[in-house]
Design a protein around this ligand. Structure first.
Ligand SMILES: C[S@@+](CC[C@H](N)C(=O)[O-])C[C@H]1O[C@@H](n2cnc3c(N)ncnc32)[C@H](O)[C@@H]1O
Length: 595
């Protein structure tokens, strides 16, 4: 298999260096099929042998290119898409182009039907004189033969079937055994050789029509060509693609205008935008309103939503607010007790070390999410231990707050759970999207492959139709010759029997029927000697054999015979050679005439 690939590569390289035609950007399966078709036509089944054949027969290049470059095309191909272009795209182009030159480019134009379709559509919308004054349609292809047909602009009635009647009569004039696109409008259509893969693009294009051409190229080449086409288009330009040419999903160069009809607009190039950073002023600290009223102070702390304890420098509980008393089951008598005597000193957090740190560092110490289990209930607290300072800055004890954060913790857990579920879902979505994208690309390439095969079948069909037409013509010619011969045989007054070189009857005319009463179908292919007729054949045979053996001249004899009606008659029998155009003896003509 590797050998077949490398020998195909060698063949492509040979074509590139010898004919300057680089086929490496074309899809291999289709290219392989087309080359195989040519190889079969010249009776070869090996790429290496075909390369040698091309070296010896340079005229084969033309046949090969003709087979590779499938020229299938027609007027108003995909009529619905053309209707859309006529109704929505052309008016839009006319609006934005004002009175400027209007430029259309059709790479892969084949024999020109698409270019003249565009010409008719534009003429119908803008009027003939505006069309003549402003429009340029560049119709390009790599196939010189096809370009020649386009330049001649002559099409058969069959090719013109897809042109609506009114347009056919308005834009085509009879001539040269078909119809020719009007000369006064033809000047606006310029045919030229251009390789869309390798040659620089034509620029400032308003409408770019690339149909059923890109699909022959590999995805990589398509992407490269699309970038060139993007460059070719004016800012407000449109791209009109063929049925199977859905832009590669990743192409950001074109924005769909109507996906069904495969019309795209040039995507605007992103302009650099200045981004201003919104400076958010920091909130100024609000000065807390202080109060000297101790009672207000105490009441506020007592009724606070969090548990609060104060411990003096002797490590005794000096204060516990309502929440703290409730939380740790403290009573009024617990105030004044050493903290280490109470369970709360080590549960839920090891308070003693925290108090020591806060006192020694004179700084607030915080422990977050401390778990506290009571029976089946689990709660979480942020524990904060702060040194309590007197007005003169001396440390007088520590204040301890327990803020219940269970709600936030649960919220966070559920958020984390949701987040991880979202992440999983996102990953799944991402991989589904990737799979879809791959499937989409596979589908697209299958679609393109099918479309390519369709075009190939179409072109084979056209060839078969031509062969069929030729065969039909030959049959007609043959019928005519047969009728002619038949009339000669009928017109002769003598009975005529034509024998082949084995003496089997090949022709038996009406007079022979009249003489012997046997119909042509009864004697066709029968041996002359075996015929049951009233003629003594044994006597005639030597004469027939001599004639067949090549003895020159007509042989004549008179024999007695009994015709189909009974009476004896004298029959003049002559034998002459049946000769081929090259003077070979093919048989004997026996003439029988009653004397
Ligand atoms: C199937 S025809 C399409 C004709 C027309 N665009 C249509 O859709 O009816 C494909 C054409 O592309 C041309 N082609 C192939 N490779 C090309 C290339 N590299 N540059 C320009 N034209 C190319 C072929 O010669 C052929 O005429």
């Amino acid at each position: 298999m590797a050998d077949a690939t490398s020998s195909l590569d060698a063949l492509l390289e040979y074509i590139r260096t010898n004919r300057g035609f680089d086929l490496t950007g074309y899809k291999r399966p289709s290219l392989g099929r087309r080359i195989t078709k040519r190889m079969q036509a010249v009776g070869l089944d090996d790429h290496d042998d075909y390369l040698v054949y091309l070296e010896a027969h340079p005229e084969e290049f033309a046949e090969l290119f003709d087979t590779i470059l499938i020229n299938v095309t027609s007027f108003f191909r995909d009529p619905e898409a053309w209707e859309y272009v006529a109704a929505a795209v052309v008016p839009q182009i006319l609006r934005t182009s004002g009175t400027d030159e209007l430029r259309v480019w059709i790479p892969g134009c084949a024999s020109g039907q698409e270019a003249f379709t565009a010409a008719m559509v534009l003429c119908e919308t803008m009027g003939e004189s505006d069309f003549r004054a402003r429009v340029k349609i560049y119709a390009t292809d790599v196939d010189e033969d096809a370009l020649g047909r386009g330049r001649r602009a002559r099409y058969s009635e069959k090719e013109l079937e897809s042109v609506p009647d009114g347009l056919r009569d308005r834009y085509f004039e009879p001539g040269d055994g078909g119809r020719i696109f009007r000369a006064d409008l033809r000047r606006n259509v310029i045919f030229g050789r251009h390789d869309v893969i390798h040659d620089p693009p034509i620029s400032r294009i308003d409408l770019l029509i690339v149909r059923n051409t890109l699909m022959y190229f590999t995805a990589e080449t398509q992407a490269r060509v699309l970038a060139q086409l993007h460059f070719a288009l004016r800012e407000n330009g449109f791209l009109f693609l063929g049925k199977s040419e859905m832009l590669l999903s990743r192409s950001a160069l074109f924005a769909p205008v109507d996906l069904r009809q495969r019309v795209f607009a040039k995507a605007a190039t992103q302009r650099m935008r200045d981004r201003l950073l919104a400076l958010v002023p920091e909130a100024s600290a609000t000065s807390a309103e202080t109060t000297t009223l101790e009672t207000t102070h105490d009441a506020a702390i007592e009724g606070a939503m969090f548990a609060y304890l104060a411990v003096d420098l002797e490590w005794r509980i000096s204060f516990a607010n309502l929440q703290a008393r409730t939380l740790f089951g403290l009573s009024g008598s617990d105030v004044g007790r050493p903290i280490q005597d109470l369970g709360l000193s080590y549960r839920p957090a090891e308070l003693r070390s925290l108090i020591e740190r806060a006192l020694s560092e004179r700084h607030q110490v915080t422990v977050r999410d401390v778990e506290r289990r009571t029976g089946a209930d689990t709660r979480y607290f942020d524990v904060q231990v702060s040194p309590l300072l007197a007005r003169d800055g001396a440390v007088v004890g520590t204040g301890i707050t327990f803020v219940d954060v269970s709600r936030y913790r649960r919220l966070q857990e559920s958020l984390e759970d949701s987040k991880s579920r979202l992440e999983t879902a996102f990953e799944e979505l991402k991989s589904t999207a990737e799979e879809l994208e791959t499937t989409n690309e596979e589908l697209q390439s299958t679609n393109e492959e099918l479309e390519t095969m369709n075009e190939e079948l179409h072109s084979t069909n056209e060839e078969l139709e031509t062969i069929n037409d030729e065969l039909r013509q030959r049959t007609l010619d043959l019928d005519e010759v047969n009728a002619f011969l038949e009339s000669i045989l009928v017109s002769l007054h003598a009975g005529v029997v034509v024998l082949d070189d084995e003496l089997r009857v090949r022709a038996w005319n009406d007079q022979a029927v009249d003489l012997w009463g046997l119909r042509p179908e009864e004697v066709q292919g029968q041996h002359f000697v075996s015929l049951d007729i009233g003629l003594e054949l044994d006597g005639l045979l030597p004469m027939v054999r001599e004639t067949l053996a090549g003895e020159q001249g007509e042989r004549v004899t008179t024999v007695e015979a009994t015709n189909r009606r009974g009476p004896r008659i004298d029959l003049r029998v002559s034998c002459s050679q049946l000769l081929s155009p090259t003077d070979e003896i093919r048989g004997v003509i026996v003439l029988m005439e009653p004397v």
